[in-house]
Design a protein around this ligand. Sequence first.
Ligand SMILES: *[C@@H]1O[C@H](CO)[C@@H](O)[C@H](O)[C@H]1NC(C)=O
Ligand SMILES: *[C@@H]1O[C@H](CO)[C@@H](O)[C@H](O)[C@H]1NC(C)=O
Ligand SMILES: *[C@@H]1O[C@H](CO)[C@@H](O)[C@H](O)[C@H]1NC(C)=O
Ligand SMILES: *[C@@H]1O[C@H](CO)[C@@H](O)[C@H](O)[C@H]1NC(C)=O
Ligand SMILES: *[C@@H]1O[C@H](CO)[C@@H](O)[C@H](O)[C@H]1NC(C)=O
Ligand SMILES: *[C@@H]1O[C@H](CO)[C@@H](O)[C@H](O)[C@H]1NC(C)=O
Ligand SMILES: *[C@@H]1O[C@H](CO)[C@@H](O)[C@H](O)[C@H]1NC(C)=O
Ligand SMILES: *[C@@H]1O[C@H](CO)[C@@H](O)[C@H](O)[C@H]1NC(C)=O
Ligand SMILES: *[C@@H]1O[C@H](CO)[C@@H](O)[C@H](O)[C@H]1NC(C)=O
Length: 894
Amino acid sequence: MAYLSLILIFCLISYSYCQQCEQSSDVARFDCYPESGSTQDKCLERHCCWRTPLKQMNSTIKYLNDVNIPYCYYPKDFPTYFVQTIQQTNFGQRIQINKSETTYMPNDITNLTVDLIYETEQRFRIRIYDSIYQRFEVPFQVPVIQKKVNITDYDVKINEQPFSILITRKSTGVILFDSSVSPLIFADQFIKFSTRLSSPLIYGLGEHRQDLLINITEQWKKLTFWSRDFPPVQNTNLYGVHPFHINLELNKNGQTNFHGQFLLNSNAMDIDLQPLPAITYTTIGGIIDLYIFTGPTVQNVIEQYWDIIGKPIMPPFWSLGFHLCRYGYNTIENLLATIERMHNADFPYDVQWTDIDAMSSYLDFTYDEKNFHDLPNLVRELQSDGKHYVNIIDPGISSIQPSGSYLPYDDGLKKNIFITKFNSTELINGKVWPGTTVFPDFTNPNATEWWTNIVSTFHDIVPFDGMWIDMNEPSNFLDGSSDGCTDNKLDNPPFVPDVLGGSLSSKTICPSAQQYLSSHYNLHSMFGYFEAIASNTAMKTIRKKRSFILSRSTFAGSGQFTAHWTGDNRATFDDMYYSIPAILSFNMFGITHVGADICGFGLETTEELCTRWMQLGAFYPFMRNHNDLGQKDQDPASFSWEAQQIMKQAVLMRYSLIPFWYTLHHEAAMASRTIVQPLFFEFSNDENTYNIDQQFLIGRAILVSPNLKSETNTVHVYIPSDVWYDFPSGVKVQSVGVFTDLDAPLSKINAHVRGGFIIPMQIPGANLMIGRDNPFILLVAQSQWSNASGNLFWDDGDSIDSIETKSYNYLEFSLNNANTLTIDALVRNYKDSPMRLDIIKVLGVNKSVTGVTINGKSYTNFLYNIPDQILLIYGLDLDMLAQANQVIQWTITN
Ligand SMILES: *[C@@H]1O[C@H](CO)[C@@H](O)[C@H](O)[C@H]1NC(C)=O
Ligand SMILES: *[C@@H]1O[C@H](CO)[C@@H](O)[C@H](O)[C@H]1NC(C)=O
Ligand SMILES: *[C@@H]1O[C@H](CO)[C@@H](O)[C@H](O)[C@H]1NC(C)=O
Ligand SMILES: *[C@@H]1O[C@H](CO)[C@@H](O)[C@H](O)[C@H]1NC(C)=O
Ligand SMILES: *[C@@H]1O[C@H](CO)[C@@H](O)[C@H](O)[C@H]1NC(C)=O
Ligand SMILES: *[C@@H]1O[C@H](CO)[C@@H](O)[C@H](O)[C@H]1NC(C)=O
Ligand SMILES: *[C@@H]1O[C@H](CO)[C@@H](O)[C@H](O)[C@H]1NC(C)=O
Ligand SMILES: *[C@@H]1O[C@H](CO)[C@@H](O)[C@H](O)[C@H]1NC(C)=O
Ligand SMILES: *[C@@H]1O[C@H](CO)[C@@H](O)[C@H](O)[C@H]1NC(C)=O
């Protein structure tokens, strides 16, 4: 009551206040007081509207941080920018906008320049920046477009008084961008703009622990971006920053289009979502540099995004194998016992890792010569067995070792590469595992040489094959530094996004710290990005081979240099589930080589969970089992014989599919394809797929449907409408386009091959190097038209330049007319390992096969299985590179 009368009094005093605050629906409110502690007085001070929401939120609040409908919101006439001039340019338009009234944030910038850049037919870029002073911009090389394209799929309208931009899709009229919904605010440390979304269904916006689909039909949501070391939980900023999303457009004609948006900005940021539907970006630095990708397919959006951020790195072949790691081997004896146990169990694996316990006093680029006394020899032994070894490096460099005794620090000082305090040459000190540390500035041009030098010096002692760069948010056990932070505006911005800990310096170094390119305030979330570049360069320089880097912190574009895992998860079924949306999202972010710690890092795993997770992990692009200090062993060989057999089956299944995986990596690197993808990528007109994130596709062809629930023997799945065959049995699935329960006892992970695809496979070996020369298998899954196709990329597996020098093989397979399989070896330049085809398995052959010919010659080693409709041609020993074109045919009769 008191509240209502207040409003009434206000309306009597100022009629316009009431009119400007009039709102037909809550969902059109844009939060004018996003900080905590909003009150009516504080709101009115900002000249904003304060009203109780028409509809109170209730049970829809699932998580603590889920935001509510704002009480304080912008009135219609809130001061904003007006167009002064519009100038036609080669790239599009340059617009001067100004505002005559400053608003509530300090250092409002009243004169702005807007560049509208018509980059390609499907890519549009909006840059809004200070007309007078140069501001920080993300140090990124993006394509620079000099000349506007003539024809676009989008239509751009500029609203002048006040300034806003409206972008629609020409073919459907759907709104892709509409900034008129809320005022633009552009202050030195507070930049905020909103745009209408095409639908409440969006994907992306990482790194966050969340479901794949962000559905804001009834939800308000806040996502915060500022790289942070924290075991993944919902509603906090996490290790990486990817302000990219894909928005689904629901059209009336039943065809679904997609578009994407990427805000190229590295400052601490909140992204707010509300059911209008609308998105609001609030960043505390840099400029507005927004890309719009108009698709129209979701794969097109990905291609268009990766054209800006860079395509994923082609990983070395061996890194696709099974990796084993734990924190807390503690001694070389324990490590050896594990390796031996794995060996005795005949368990296939490729890469052994060690964590920080193998270091001497947690010092980077050392190993514990007492507890891990023979590590260098152990590494060489692993390598002579065809295995590989990866070790961990943290960015914090100990600064308290005796002078002259610790090269990383001494050499770093000489090269001037450590991060300093604000406006000072004094190094900023934090505390990490080895105690007091300083932090390298990988944006300093000297840093790569310094890094390469110390990596190389250590590599001479322990010849590791890959580098695990952890703690690179960068993580600090202190807040800010050992001396706290300054009282300047970088350490105390007028607005702090909803970061964990409430402060930008929480468990990292002070934002005011000075790096070569700019302040840490601007560069913080790119620390891991620059470290990955330096590490990639160092490893390529030292090993002269393709590098393998695993980074915890990532930024848009990190996928060009590094793989990623989802950090310090826990051994729960819930964590196992969340790994799926995470790997799918990271694929969209261009970090295709991604996985989660299998069986769980923190907490004690169980045999059931670990078995399920090993099966699921066998379908992660990056497969590593990793365990925390103090937890009981969880390497496969530590479990019961039965569990071991199931896990081994899963790994062998993975190893048999490596030619397929490797080809997918090549396509990701060359043609911007995701390696694993959600079902809606392939079945985008099928609404049932939009919210599916407990199943996923490998490439376009293998559907994986893990059982993610404890003590259950069935799994509820969706089989999209197409032809599917059980993998590996090859039996055709009867009902498609439906939700169904599949048998999923502990021994089985459900996987299905999609009709129309030919999957190149290989007989697995004890590790990928040993198995490299093994015979190949072609799994031919017939479509409803009895045809299929596939391809295979093959090279030596680790040359840096095999693509540039064309020293690879590229084969295409196709099945036509239900009986003619052709192998076209389009490129045949890599001859160092044989490519012999031994088995062809054709699925969905529903007529009897009475004869087979290979290149015209009759061939008798075949079996036709009538009930399962499978044709098996075996013992082929066919050299797939022998000639450019080979034909396998079979005779079918009714
Ligand atoms: C709010 O939620 C509670 C408990 O979930 C429920 O009992 C109540 O009826 C709800 N109120 C409204 C207005 O929906
Ligand atoms: C903004 O531009 C308008 C004309 O479009 C002008 O009247 C006004 O003075 C300008 N304000 C500032 C702060 O430059
Ligand atoms: C803003 O632009 C107007 C018109 O171009 C100009 O007169 C004014 O000086 C500018 N304001 C500032 C703060 O530079
Ligand atoms: C765009 O149109 C102009 C004028 O019609 C023409 O000269 C130019 O070649 C066109 N550019 C492209 C890239 O098509
Ligand atoms: C690079 O290192 C040299 C000394 O080796 C130093 O003189 C120079 O200032 C450093 N450059 C930068 C950008 O820090
Ligand atoms: C930086 O330090 C110098 C010398 O101590 C001082 O004169 C200057 O005011 C400082 N600058 C800032 C921005 O604090
Ligand atoms: C999105 O949420 C709404 C209501 O919250 C629900 O009705 C709808 O089915 C959801 N959409 C999808 C694709 O899950
Ligand atoms: C055999 O398979 C083809 C292609 O899938 C299909 O068109 C045909 O109807 C099937 N025939 C029988 C007898 O099932
Ligand atoms: C199979 O044939 C259909 C119908 O002709 C065609 O649309 C499809 O692209 C073909 N698929 C493959 C894999 O060749």
